[in-house]
Design a protein around this ligand. Structure first.
Ligand SMILES: Cc1cc2nc3c(=O)[nH]c(=O)nc-3n(C[C@H](O)[C@H](O)[C@H](O)COP(=O)(O)OP(=O)(O)OC[C@H]3O[C@@H](n4cnc5c(N)ncnc54)[C@H](O)[C@@H]3O)c2cc1C
Length: 408
């Protein structure tokens, strides 16, 4: 055991956070070892952004995250959007901006992010061992990491960058939570985020495959807790698409406490919707319901609405009772569904929950429970909305930890 080389830093996990932290430590002259349980590093980097890797966002701010705002403000100050963009450009990765400030490698391929990172790591002299899963960590005179495969490694400092339990088919694991717990940390129970939502109303399957621009409001009775607007994709079980994903974290946390209702407004963008509808009735009131909605609503949505509102199909719209008319206007702006569950972990792009952030130094990501231990990335109880924010946090927390690790 005494003859083991002693690394300045061992980083457990070669994902976004661990790789950037390792590179930065190595650039700053530290002797670094990265342990990765999988045969390949960075598997989530590869699948991110549909294989295109949405690495950051021009508009990143603390408000884009669920997590302590002070920690996020400081982290984003230490590694801002500009810093992130420059960092990757200096690694030889030209970037391209797409809508809503999202940045991707110009090649449109996530390998263009992972490969240069791996090369730079090698050139900087850091060691990366794959197929080594940290199973036990002993403290006292530094850290001793024992792997499931029988390896034993020693270091002065240790970084846990193990990611979350989301997407277990692709490196997601509970391992980081267990290691953090063994070193004195508490875990906020992880729940799925950035995932689709299952609705109680089976009839929603009639809308499968339809994409609409809509506003979503999530509430319990009259208490609204999340609102968003954007693309909604209907599936055979419920809703997906960017808007649904963005409120899924809050919905999932609330589902643990009781039933959740989801209101869909199909005309959030239309100013004075009732007046527009009245004008439409004046022009097309002689039409029957199905034809009246043609050009306004997707046919399947119109058919579902006709059944849902109990509209008589064979009479002209102008013969509807005032109640039916009001019911239709109301439903199109506030169609209420009941959320029964978030989709399983295999479909969640991230986890909400993780290592309790109150046990971390906000400036350095050093543990307040175990000196010399640092915890970064998605393993922490921080999660962002969709659009490059989770990767930005993984990079920026890794970078911030490396800055401190290089000082000591
Ligand atoms: C399908 C999908 C698409 C996504 N798209 C985007 C996107 O476009 N933009 C965005 O910002 N975010 C996206 N994300 C989220 C983003 O990928 C993660 O937030 C980010 O990768 C987290 O980085 P991390 O380094 O903290 O963890 P990870 O990238 O998960 O890395 C952790 C690493 O640690 C390893 N590990 C765990 N335990 C051990 C152990 N005991 N010993 C050794 N190794 C261990 C794991 O195998 C893994 O390689 C997406 C996620 C998924 C699943």
């Amino acid at each position: 055991m005494n003859s083991l080389p002693i690394y300045d830093v061992i980083i457990v996990g070669a994902g976004a956070s661990g790789l950037l932290c390792a590179l930065e430590c190595a650039h700053r002259g530290k002797k670094v070892l990265v342990l990765e349980k999988d045969p390949q590093p960075g598997r989530k980097i590869l699948v991110s952004g549909n294989g295109r890797c949405n690495i950051t966002n021009r508009f990143v701010s603390a408000a884009d995250y669920h997590g302590p705002q002070e920690l996020l403000e400081q982290t984003l100050k230490a590694f801002s959007f500009e810093a992130c963009k420059n960092y990757f450009e200096q690694l030889g990765i030209p970037l391209r901006e797409e809508e809503n400030g999202r940045f991707f490698p110009a090649t449109g391929k996530s390998t263009s992010v992972l490969e240069p990172l791996k090369l730079a790591l090698q050139e900087a002299g850091a060691q990366l061992l794959t197929g080594q899963e940290a199973a036990r960590i002993k403290t006292g005179n530094g850290f001793t990491v024992q792997t499931k495969q029988g390896g034993c490694y020693k270091s002065k400092r240790l970084v846990l960058a193990c990611g979350s339990c989301a997407y277990p088919q692709l490196s997601g694991t509970q391992s980081g939570y267990q290691l953090a717990k063994s070193l004195g940390h508490s875990i906020v129970t992880p729940t799925q985020t950035l995932c689709a939502l299952t609705l109680k109303e089976k009839a929603v399957s009639r809308l499968q495959g339809i994409r609409v621009q809509a506003a979503l409001t999530a509430r319990r009775q009259e208490q609204i807790f999340a609102q968003t607007q954007g693309e909604v994709l209907f599936t055979n079980y419920g809703v997906s698409g960017p808007a649904a994903l963005n409120i899924s974290g809050e919905v999932t946390r609330q589902l643990a406490k009781g039933p959740v209702q989801l209101d869909i407004n199909f005309f959030a963008d239309m100013k004075d919707f009732p007046a527009v509808m009245t004008a439409r009735k004046n022009t097309f009131g002689r039409r029957r319901a199905k034809d009246f909605f043609a050009g306004l609503l997707h046919e399947n949505i119109a058919n579902l609405l006709i059944d849902f509102a109990g509209i008589r199909k064979n009479i002209p719209v102008r013969e509807w009772t005032p109640n039916t008319w009001q019911n239709v206007l109301h439903t199109l702006q506030k169609w209420t569904f009941n959320v029964t569950a978030a989709r399983p972990w295999q479909e969640a792009m991230a986890a909400s929950g993780g290592v309790n952030t109150s046990e971390i130094n906000y400036n350095t990501f050093e543990s307040l429970k175990c000196p010399g231990l640092f915890i970064t990335g998605e393993l922490l109880d921080v999660d962002g909305r969709s659009g490059g924010f989770n990767l930005h946090f993984a990079w920026s927390s890794g970078f911030t930890a490396a800055r401190k690790l290089s000082e000591v």
